[in-house]
Design a protein around this ligand. Structure first.
Ligand SMILES: [Zn+2]
Ligand SMILES: [Zn+2]
Length: 94
């Protein structure tokens, strides 16, 4: 967990922080300051599938947070984490 991100990962984090919370951007079209949320993609047990998306406090640990209401509940409201990541990538990498 305390693995230090390398430079490339750090640059991606910074870009995500500049972009803002994916849910707020996608659903409400507004910027809110995020932190990086990690999740594990498909491919159970594969180390290399750790992924991350930027989420604001509300959508992360707050009232509507994925860690608060649970992944299933959250994904049924806002879309799957993978979908949001794909959307983010579509916006940022052409
Ligand atoms: Zn948000
Ligand atoms: Zn998280």
């Amino acid at each position: 967990m305390a693995k230090r991100p390398n430079k490339e990962t750090q640059a991606k984090y910074n870009k995500m922080v500049d972009f803002g919370c994916v849910v707020c951007q996608k659903v409400y079209g507004v910027y809110t300051e995020p932190c990086i949320h990690h999740f594990t993609g498909a491919g159970m047990g594969l180390k290399s599938t750790e992924k991350y998306i930027p989420l604001c406090h509300t959508h992360h640990q707050g009232k509507k947070g994925i860690h608060h209401i649970g992944t299933k509940n959250w994904e049924s409201k806002f879309g799957s984490q993978q979908e949001l990541l794909d959307w983010y990538i579509g916006k940022n990498e052409t």
